[in-house]
Ligand binder design. Structure first.
Ligand SMILES: *[C@@H]1O[C@H](CO)[C@@H](O)[C@H](O)[C@H]1NC(C)=O
Ligand SMILES: *[C@@H]1O[C@H](CO)[C@@H](O)[C@H](O)[C@H]1NC(C)=O
Length: 395
């Protein structure tokens, strides 16, 4: 339409995650430690806090004994360095949680032995690429522009069955694929009534025109890929491996869910974003490299952050706290052992929004129904024994 073609600074988003994930982790409160006054009273108290944290997040390190060998001494130096970082972080978290002017609590989570500069470097700057592109293919209009429905006071797509469980991108800069998939899973449930967990790995492996797999990408290109590919496969059909692989063409053509395109939410408008979110989960880009973001545990986040967009997540609702603070409900992809069981509530601000959340929001458009199950199973050959295996039809 007549929307002026705009120059958009396209970032390839992502955080290269970092550490071995804690496999035993389940819910935030059992894997995140708070910092009480007595925990930082003395060196031995902090060390004991560190040991408690190691037991959860680095069980292999906790009983580490120096044997006098060179590599052991190197290992010891590393642990000492990590301990000092941990100590600084614990003090920062303690001081932040003492403030009476903040509405969120920080905690010693799985990132507690990373200094913020390292967290930022691993997660953001090293993989953020700024490209400039004129216009785009789809996504130029905003279908909710003339929506005159009163905006609901709160929305939570989780309670309406449109959101799958929290996922973990692991050691791969694929946040953009996770952000995309949340929005597609959402619109699919809203239109078809079925909640189907979809494949981030297909996007990582096959959406290679602009996006770069584990090295970052952008949600709009991923929506475009899914529309042009004729659909996206399910998580079950094309499971996540957190690595860059060759595109599996058979799996790429198992289309569980179809979308028709995508649209961008007009930038820097909280009202437009609320309107979009009242209709479906929405993909957004934010700056997530700040130290408060790193250690977010619970509450309504309003920590310091800029608009250097470096991470893709998705808004799955909004609400208002008892204190009257309006917030977005964000699904992240750092596992359920970060934040509020994998989610963060972020204060709703005007203009560019907190951490730039209003700057680059988009959502998929879906009117075409999904292929019937029969069509998918056409590509499967059933053996008399009941075993089945996938094989392209025309080979
Ligand atoms: C909204 O209304 C205006 C004015 O009637 C119209 O030009 C525009 O196309 C409409 N937008 C959408 C998305 O329907
Ligand atoms: C949105 O706000 C940001 C930060 O103020 C600004 O850099 C950007 O150009 C704005 N975008 C639009 C489309 O107005």
């Amino acid at each position: 339409m007549a929307t002026a073609r705009r120059f958009v600074a396209f970032l390839l988003l992502c955080l290269l995650p970092l550490l071995p994930t804690t496999s035993a982790a389940s819910h935030g409160d059992s894997v995140v430690l708070g910092v009480a006054d007595e925990d930082i009273q003395s060196e031995s108290a902090i060390f004991s806090l560190y040991r408690r944290w190691l037991a959860i997040h680095r069980p292999h390190d906790i009983n580490y004994r120096v044997t006098g060998r060179d590599w052991d001494l190197g290992r010891q130096n590393t642990l000492l360095k990590r301990y000092n970082i941990f100590k600084n972080n614990a003090r920062f978290i303690h001081a932040s949680n003492k403030r009476t002017d903040v509405t969120y609590t920080l905690g010693l989570n799985k990132f507690a032995d990373l200094p913020n500069e390292e967290f930022r470097a691993i997660y953001t700057s090293s993989t953020t690429r700024v490209l400039r592109q004129q216009g785009g293919v789809m996504g130029r209009s905003f279908m909710y522009q003339n929506d005159t429905q009163p905006l609901p006071a709160s929305v939570d797509w989780r309670s309406r069955g449109a959101v799958t469980g929290v996922k973990d991108q692991g050691p791969c800069g694929s946040c953009w694929a996770f952000s995309t998939v949340v929005a597609v899973e959402g619109i699919n449930q809203i239109k078809s009534g079925q909640l189907i967990s979809l494949s981030e790995q297909e996007l990582v492996d096959c959406d290679k025109k602009v996006n770069q797999g584990c090295n970052g990408g952008l949600m709009d290109y991923a929506f475009q890929f899914i529309a042009e590919n004729g659909g996206i496969s399910s998580e079950d059909d094309y499971p996540y491996t957190a690595t860059d692989n060759k595109c599996d063409l058979t799996k790429k053509h198992l289309h569980s869910v179809v979308i028709d395109g995508y649209e961008d939410v007009p930038a820097n408008s909280t009202d437009a974003l609320m309107r979009a979110v009242s209709h479906q989960p929405v993909s957004v880009a934010i700056e997530a490299g700040g130290i408060e973001f790193q250690f977010y545990w619970k509450g309504v986040f309003g920590g310091a952050c800029g608009t250097n967009l470096d991470h893709g997540v998705a808004i799955v609702g909004h609400g208002e706290s008892k204190e009257g603070i309006k917030y977005w409900i964000i699904k992240n992809s750092w596992g359920s052992d970060w934040g509020e069981d994998g989610y963060i509530r972020m204060k709703m601000n005007e203009a560019e929004g907190l951490c730039g959340i209003n700057m680059m929001a988009s959502y998929p458009v879906k009117s075409t129904p999904n292929p019937s199950k029969a069509k998918i199973s056409d590509t499967l050959i059933y053996l008399p024994t009941g075993r089945k295996f996938g094989q392209p039809l025309a080979s």
